[in-house]
Design a protein around this ligand. Structure first.
Ligand SMILES: Cc1cc2nc3c(=O)[nH]c(=O)nc-3n(C[C@H](O)[C@H](O)[C@H](O)COP(=O)(O)OP(=O)(O)OC[C@H]3O[C@@H](n4cnc5c(N)ncnc54)[C@H](O)[C@@H]3O)c2cc1C
Length: 278
């Protein structure tokens, strides 16, 4: 069975009546199928236009559940979104960015999903809509493991929400792959640094992906940097111990040791880039 709802309510109704899988841009959905036929009903939400686009209010920025990476790139957003935009440029190719959605990237929950570290650093939340109503979860709680989320099968990720407050803070995203283009991350890092008028760091945020089942914020580094002078070399005191919570694996792309080493370098570079950009 194939359903193509036109509204969020219709989509939720189809899911609750027939169950099945949500299809959005299809850029993870179809590769995951391989040669197998689709085993369940499909609820294709690509026609639910109310879920498309980004809106800004005084309190929050709302990224609709059908917003593509290209739309992220084309929307004027505060400086703290530079990391998310840089990640958007790195997701596959232009064709993938035109179809692939932010919500699909989060729901697919790959450890190498490029959208996750920037959104973790932005303290993003997700809204999940079903016939039971709408619930909101911090992204950090929504993602629970490799390809595992808290989404119930009857729920649509309707919005990604970023609370405002760090608009002027600088942000950066760095991705390391085995080549420059169209590549799955070996390590990626998002950083945001908020500096006061006298050049002291009010707040730093760092998130690392591809080095654990779920990308993670490195709280120890964030605490270590708060209150430091934002000047070149301010990351010199970051040590491998600050990254101890990462648990990289050996796989076809890299060894765990290489990932740890690369993560330390990228964390420093991303943070320094935020300060250089001021
Ligand atoms: C050639 C190629 C290169 C790629 N390169 C990268 C890359 O560099 N970095 C990267 O991070 N990703 C990459 N991807 C993966 C993919 O493009 C992204 O993860 C994309 O953002 C997925 O979005 P989508 O809309 O296509 O999701 P879909 O494929 O439609 O769905 C993905 C999963 O999420 C679920 N889902 C989708 N939307 C919702 C929703 N609103 N609510 C609830 N569930 C939902 C679906 O049921 C499915 O399980 C690549 C893919 C391809 C084919």
């Amino acid at each position: 069975m194939y359903f193509r709802p036109r509204t969020l309510n219709e989509a939720i109704d189809s899911l609750s009546r027939h169950g099945g899988q949500i299809l959005s841009g299809g850029t993870d959905f179809f590769p995951a199928l391989g040669d197998r036929p689709v085993a369940s009903a499909i609820v294709d939400i690509s026609g639910v236009t109310e879920l498309r686009g980004i809106s800004l209010s005084d309190r929050e920025i709302r990224i609709g559940g059908l917003t593509t990476w290209t739309e992220v790139l084309r929307t004027p957003l505060p400086a703290c979104f530079e990391a998310l935009k840089a990640a958007a440029r790195e997701v596959g190719s232009i064709q993938i960015q035109n179809r692939g959605t932010v919500a699909g990237n989060l729901c697919n929950a790959s450890p190498a999903a490029d959208g996750v570290p920037p959104l973790l650093a932005l303290d993003a939340q997700v809204e999940l809509a079903s016939q039971a109503g709408v619930r909101r979860l911090p992204l950090e709680q929504f993602l629970v493991g490799n390809r595992k989320t808290q989404r119930r099968s009857d729920e649509v990720l309707s919005t990604v929400i970023v609370p405002r407050g760090l608009d002027q803070a600088r942000s950066a995203f760095l991705k390391l792959g085995s080549r420059r283009y169209l590549v799955i991350s070996i390590v990626m890092v998002a950083a945001i640094v908020d500096v006061d008028s006298e050049g002291w760091i009010r707040q730093a945020r760092v998130a690392v992906g591809s080095c654990s089942a779920v990308a993670q914020r490195l709280i120890e580094i964030e605490q270590h940097l708060a209150g430091m002078k934002a000047q070149p070399g301010f990351t010199n005191s970051i040590s491998p111990e600050h990254l101890a919570t990462l648990s990289p694996i050996n796989d076809v792309r890299a060894t765990a040791d290489y990932r740890r080493d690369a993560a330390l370098t990228l964390v420093k570079r991303a943070l320094e880039a935020c300060v250089e950009a001021r």
